[in-house]
Design a binder for this molecule. Sequence first.
Ligand SMILES: [Zn+2]
Length: 393
Amino acid sequence: MISRLLTNIGELFTNDPTLGDETPVGRLHDAALILDDERVLWVGRATDAPEADERYDARGAAVIPGFVDSHTHLIFSGERSDEFEARMAGERYDGGGIVRTVAATRAASDNQLRQESGARVAALRAGGVTTVEVKSGYALDVDGEARLVELAGEITDEVTFLGAHVVPPEFVTDRDAYVALVAGEMMTRCDSAKWTDVFCDVGAFDLDEARTVLEAGRANGHELRLHANQIADIGAVALAVEMDCASVDHCTHLSDADVERLSASSTVATLLPGADFSTRSPYPSGRRLVDAGVSVALATDCNPGTSYVTSMSFVIALAVREMGLSVDEAVFAATRGGASALRRDDIGHLAVGARSDLVVLNAPRAAHLAYRPGSNLIREVWRGGADVHRRFG
Ligand SMILES: [Zn+2]
């Protein structure tokens, strides 16, 4: 296997607090890394770097771990820009538009879905994402959800079954039958997924329904995650913590008791500022969570209704500007935080032994991600030690 030396790194975020400046991002200046196709082999000061088979000059750029986007709904057909325009004109988001995407996705062929979602994956990759989670949830029938889980499996190992996204139109008069279907036959057909998720909120599924689906997911061998507290606080965070969900996602409305529960748990709070932006919702305070000792992740929530976002740089800029996170905290949340939300310790950092996934920025400091919003600062994206996207030079 070929070893590659990446040297002349202006600022390196290792996300290992035992390295560099010993902050959570483990910052090193004038740094170098040696990697092969799988792992980081060496990290330290450029002047101390041993020889490697090949040598790359970062020309003083900042290097950070590849982004881990732990929350997307990127397999869908169609778009809903009209709803976005209506919200910007004052309409409230209530989850009602999901059924439009369900209709469009049900009608799309496998190849059409591959093509549309492939373009979104390419955009995420170009923006520095090296690991992505993908949910089902836009078919809401047995064959359709099984199809979406299979298509998601062509993109990533981090596949989430979200049959409990909303109740589809054909079941609105018999919710119990739909919950039984999700927790029964649909779950069994979707057992190749790694995760089970539920949209537990006003307008979606209540606490009892969510518990039924999560328990069925666990019995089916899935790990658990939960959409919670986006529209309202109905007590979903307590359920997520009780069920040992890896992540509770949105957290737009949190009580003090929820923050305490999360800080005493191993459940990550995943913030989705693209969704708060696109629904003109208040931004939750990331500062409050970090100060309480809660593990925080940032993700795009890429979906056609409430966050048609494929840029983690944009998400970081929003988290810094609107959620009170420092740049270091936001970059950490978009990398190692996302890895924690997927219960992975092989990604999201660049210590020896980590997967060789990284981003070379077109800037000398990672702070430019928030300081220059809207600029494309992603120069190279290395995944498995190879450059998979090069925008400049
Ligand atoms: Zn979501």
